[in-house]
Ligand binder design. Structure first.
Ligand code: NCD
Ligand code: ZN
Length: 377
C-alpha cells in the first residue's frame, strides 16, 4: 500500500510514516531542531488558557496568538491586557519566564484606524493584524465586511510600518460551495488586495488547497502561508470515516487528497514561503459532539510529532527545521530561537481526552499512536 493510499483511508494515517517506502529508508532515531515556533495558535482565555498554554510552551519558543476571543482583541490596549494574562498563565503552568513568547495580534474590523496600527507597532508586542471575513469561522462576527472599502487607512499604515496582515482566506458568500471558498477568495480578495497594497506583508493562514499553494509560490512580493499538521495528514475522507467525525472538523475544512498532496509538497520543499502554523483550536468535547458542532482541531498537545509524521511520510524530515523553525522568523523579521528541541522516535499514544478547564478536549488523533515524541527537558 502506498503512503497516499494509506492517507486516503484517514483517519488512521499515523502509522503510515513507519510503513511507507520513504520512511523505511529513514532510520533516524532523534531529530534536533532549532526550537520551532507556531505562527497560528488559539490559546483562548481564563481557565481554558491555563489548561492549554503548557502544551504549546513544551514545544515552541513563540506563537502568534489569534485574537478571536469574545469580545475580540481589537485594540493595542486589549492585546497588552491579553498578553499579561497569557504570561500569568505561563507562570501558573510552571513555564520559566521568557521560555515561551506570545506574539500578539489585533483583530481587524471595519473600524480599525491607522492610529491603532501605529499604537500596535509601537507596543512591541503586536506582530500582526488578523483579517477574518465576517462570519467565516468561530468568533468572526465582528470581522471585516468590505476589506478594500473600509480598511484602506489601516492597510496603508500596515504597509508603511511593515505590520503583516494575517488572512483567513475564505469567502463567506453562501452561494459559494464550502470546498471552493479558498480558491474564490484568491480571485475576489487576495488579488485585488495585493494589487492595491503590493508591499504589504501578507500571511495566507492555514492554506488548504493546491490553489493556495500555487498562489503563494507565484505571487510577487512579501506573501507567505502557514500550513496545519491536520491538513498535511488528512483529507476530507477523515470527516466521514465510518460516521460523522466532529473532531476532524475545522475551518477551512479538510479538502480532497490532491490538495493534501500539494500542501505536503510545499511544506516539505524547503521553500521559505511556507511555515508552521498549527491552528490548534481547543473546544470542549461537548461543544464539538452536538448537532451544530464547533470548528477547530486541538493539536497543540502533540503538534511537533504530527508534523514529523507528515514530513517522514515523504522522506523529507531534513526540511522540517526550515518549515518549523527558520522560515517563519525570517518572514516576520525575527531571529530564529537560540535553543533547540529534540524529537525522538519513541511511540507516543495520543490520549483520548485532555483536561480543559472544568471539562475535556479531545485531541486530534485521540487513541492513535504517533511514532515520534518530544524529548523532555
Ligand atoms: C478556529 C477557532 O476555533 O477559533 N477554528 C478553526 O476551525 N480553525 C477559528 C479559525 O482559525 O478559523
Ligand atoms: Zn485559526
Amino acid at each position: 500500500m502506498s503512503i497516499s493510499d494509506t492517507f486516503t483511508e484517514a483517519p488512521s494515517p499515523l502509522s503510515a510514516g513507519q510503513t511507507g517506502t520513504a520512511a523505511k529508508e529513514n532510520t533516524q532515531e532523534t531529530l534536533v531542531l532549532v526550537r520551532p515556533d507556531d505562527w497560528h495558535l488559539h490559546l483562548r482565555d481564563g481557565e481554558v488558557l491555563r489548561s492549554v498554554v503548557g502544551d504549546s510552551a513544551r514545544q515552541f519558543g513563540r506563537a502568534i496568538i489569534m485574537p478571536n476571543l469574545k469580545p475580540p482583541v481589537t485594540t493595542t490596549a486589549d492585546a497588552l491586557a491579553y498578553h499579561g494574562r497569557i504570561l500569568a498563565a505561563l507562570q501558573q503552568a510552571g513555564v520559566p519566564t521568557g521560555r515561551f513568547q506570545p506574539l500578539m495580534t489585533l483583530y481587524l474590523t471595519d473600524h480599525t484606524s491607522a492610529d491603532e496600527i501605529l499604537r500596535a507597532r509601537d507596543s512591541g508586542i503586536v506582530h500582526g493584524v488578523k483579517l477574518y471575513p465576517a462570519g467565516a469561522t468561530t468568533n468572526s462576527d465582528s470581522g471585516v465586511t468590505d476589506l478594500l472599502g473600509y480598511c484602506r487607512a489601516a492597510l496603508e499604515a500596515m504597509q508603511a510600518c511593515g505590520m503583516p496582515l494575517l488572512v483567513h482566506g475564505e469567502v463567506t458568500d453562501p452561494d459559494i460551495d464550502l470546498f471552493d471558498r479558498e480558491a474564490v477568495f484568491i480571485d475576489r480578495v487576495m488579488k485585488p488586495l495585493r494589487q492595491a497594497f503590493p508591499a504589504l506583508k501578507v500571511v495566507f493562514e492555514h492554506i488548504t488547497t493546491a490553489d493556495g499553494v500555487a498562489y503563494v509560490r507565484e505571487a510577487p512580493g512579501p506573501v507567505a502561508a502557514t500550513i496545519t499538521a491536520h491538513h498535511l495528514l488528512y483529507n476530507r475522507n477523515a470527516l466521514f470515516k465510518g460516521g460523522l467525525r466532529p473532531h476532524w472538523y475545522c475551518l477551512p475544512v479538510l479538502k480532497r487528497e490532491h490538495h493534501r498532496l500539494a500542501l505536503l509538497e510545499a511544506a516539505t520543499s524547503g521553500d521559505g514561503r511556507f511555515f508552521l502554523g498549527t491552528d490548534s483550536a481547543p473546544h470542549p468535547k461537548g461543544a464539538k459532539e452536538q448537532d451544530c458542532g464547533c470548528a477547530g482541531c486541538y493539536t497543540a498537545h502533540h503538534a511537533m510529532a504530527l508534523y514529523a509524521t507528515a514530513f517522514e511520510s515523504v522522506g523529507r524530515l531534513q526540511h522540517l527545521e526550515a518549515f518549523a523553525s527558520l522560515n517563519g522568523p525570517a518572514f516576520y523579521g525575527l531571529s530564529p530561537n537560540a535553543d533547540t528541541l529534540t524529537l525522538e522516535r519513541i511511540a507516543q499514544p495520543v490520549p483520548d481526552v485532555l483536561p480543559l478547564a472544568n471539562t475535556e478536549v479531545v485531541p486530534l488523533a485521540a487513541g492513535e499512536t504517533l511514532a515520534w515524541r518530544v524529548q523532555a527537558g
